[in-house]
Design a protein around this ligand. Structure first.
Ligand code: BDR
Ligand code: CA
Length: 335
């Protein structure tokens, strides 16, 4: 299995990602670190521990990380993820407490201790990762790749042009992009497309297995973004199907980044220069993706500035990832 560490802000869709990672036989989930984002960091820790317990992986080490971005004050996403960051589903309190080391220390320890290079999967603001890279740069020698959920080549969500994770801590995202390891950006261009049809959500919710049932409840809390087609190939401007009251198709969100780790063939990426806009103003937090390089125009305008080259996900095989997700989460409960 691929050694994986997730850095998250659980978070309805981070929870979907954790369920998948715990249950996929091709993933060896070595640690989970928590950062402020969807909710405050203590809430993130609590949610993360509860999800791991429900998924049947109570022993994975979990550590508390940054409680605020590098420069700015934290900003809540309660309007998306509920007051507890988990859709206000009324989940039980976890039975254990987090590790007695902070996230950066745990990240360093687990990365360097892994017998094989680790795939690091941030699905949250990049504060912990920036602190790690600046404090312990030697970790890059045992990182295979960073697959992060964040950014957008097209429209944003937190602002017209900025995606939430990058917008919440733009300086941290800029530091991540300069890391000397291969980076895959699983941004909004693909994130918004992977939607589980309402009938499947309904089936999961009726499951007697706690992990599968939790996945169903979480998906029901994540109605698909406008412009997506449930289970389809994306692209058609149709709102997600709603079968009845409270029965909407649900976006996989952050869990799609984990699908890209185990099944990279389902994601079409282009190696492109990416830069984070840091200036105050309406573009702050935007990931400026230079797609001109695909048609050879960039040399006309490019200065001498160093830019990070990132494998940017631009297309995704939606039915493939939906199938992968459902099979993994449902089979995992019986393994
Ligand atoms: C990202 O922001 C959070 O609200 C989600 O968990 C996801 O990681 C999407 O912009
Ligand atoms: Ca997240």
């Amino acid at each position: 299995p691929i050694p994986v560490i997730i850095d998250c802000d659980t978070g309805v869709d981070d929870a979907l990602a954790l369920l998948f990672a715990v249950r996929h036989p091709g993933i060896d989930l070595r640690a989970v670190t928590c950062v402020a984002g969807n909710t405050d960091v203590d809430g993130v820790v609590r949610n993360t521990l509860t999800v791991l317990e429900t998924a049947g992986a109570p022993a994975v080490p979990v550590a508390r990380g940054a409680e605020r971005p590098l420069i700015e004050a934290p900003r809540s996403a309660a309007h998306v993820h509920g007051h507890d960051g988990m859709g206000d589903l009324g989940l039980p309190a976890p039975r254990r407490t987090p590790a007695d080391v902070d996230a950066v220390t745990l990240l360093r320890r687990e990365i360097l201790a892994s017998p094989r290079p680790v795939t690091l999967v941030p699905t949250a603001p990049l504060t912990n990762i920036a602190l790690l890279l600046r404090t312990h740069p030697e970790v890059t020698r045992n990182i295979e790749r960073i697959v992060f959920m964040g950014g957008a080549a097209g429209a944003g969500n937190a602002t017209p042009v900025a995606e939430f994770n990058v917008w919440h801590d733009p300086e941290a995202a800029a530091i991540l992009l300069t890391a000397e390891v291969p980076i895959t950006m699983y941004g909004l261009d693909v994130f918004n497309r992977v939607v589980v049809p309402a009938a499947e959500v309904r089936r999961l919710r009726a499951s007697t297995e706690p992990g599968a049932r939790l996945a169903g409840d979480l998906l029901a809390h994540r109605p698909a973004a406008p412009g997506t087609t449930a289970g389809g190939t994306g692209g058609t401007a149709v709102h997600a199907t709603v079968d009845g009251p409270g029965e909407a198709a649900g976006g996989l969100g952050d869990a799609g980044a984990l699908c890209a780790v185990v099944d990279p063939e389902g994601l079409t990426t282009h190696r492109l220069p990416v830069e984070v806009s840091l200036a105050p103003g309406p573009a702050r937090g935007q990931t400026v993706v230079d797609r001109r390089s695909r048609i050879g125009e960039s040399e006309l305008h490019e200065g001498t500035r160093e830019q990070a080259m990132v494998d940017v996900g631009l297309e995704v095989d939606v039915p493939r990832y939906v199938k992968l997700y459902l099979e993994t989460v449902e089979a995992g409960g019986t393994r």
